[in-house]
Write a protein that binds this ligand. Structure first.
Ligand SMILES: [Zn+2]
Length: 149
C-alpha cells in the first residue's frame, strides 16, 4: 500500500512481492498524466510525433522522426530525479528498492548515450515539471526550436 504524506510517498511494508510488482507496473505504465500533458502541447502547436518507438534504444516516449528529436517523460520516483522530493527512498526494504533504482538509472544513461550517438537530440521532462504548464510549454517550444515560429 502507498501512503502519500505531505507530498512524499511512503511505502508501507505490507506488500507481497506480487503486489509490489503490480504496483510497479501501474506506476511505470504508459500514458501517464505528465506524458499526456506533453503530447497535448505538441498537438496544440501542430507537431507530429510517434509514441514508444520500439526500434530505438529504450523505446523513447515521444519521437519526432523528421526533426531527429525525442522527448522522454520520466517519473521522478523511479528514474531518481536528483534533488527532487518525489525521488525519496522508501524507508523499508532498502535492499529491494536500491538495486531497482540503480538499474533504472543505469539503463536510462545507456539509452541516452546510444540515442545521442545516433544523432538524436533529447529533452527530458520530469513528472514534477509537468505540473507547471507554462514552464512545460516553454521548455518544449524551446526544444523544438525556430521551425515552429
Ligand atoms: Zn522531480
Amino acid at each position: 500500500m502507498w501512503v502519500v504524506t505531505r507530498g512524499r510517498i511512503i511505502v508501507a511494508d505490507t506488500m507481497t512481492p506480487e503486489m509490489r510488482s503490480r504496483v510497479m507496473r501501474a506506476i511505470q505504465g504508459k500514458n501517464t498524466t505528465p506524458e499526456l500533458a506533453v503530447r497535448r502541447i505538441l498537438t496544440s502547436i501542430g507537431i507530429g510525433y510517434r509514441l514508444h518507438v520500439k526500434a530505438l534504444p529504450g523505446s523513447p516516449d515521444i519521437v519526432m522522426k523528421g526533426r531527429k528529436k525525442i522527448i522522454e517523460v520520466r517519473g521522478c520516483f523511479w528514474h531518481r530525479h536528483e534533488g527532487c522530493k518525489r525521488a525519496c527512498t522508501p524507508a523499508s526494504n532498502k535492499h529491494y528498492w536500491e538495486p531497482k533504482f540503480a538499474a533504472t538509472v543505469a539503463r536510462d544513461n545507456r539509452n541516452e548515450v546510444a540515442l545521442i550517438n545516433g544523432g538524436w537530440k533529447l529533452l527530458t521532462i520530469w513528472e514534477c515539471e509537468a505540473d507547471d504548464t507554462m514552464l512545460l510549454c516553454r521548455r518544449i517550444t524551446e526544444f523544438i526550436g525556430e521551425s515552429i515560429r
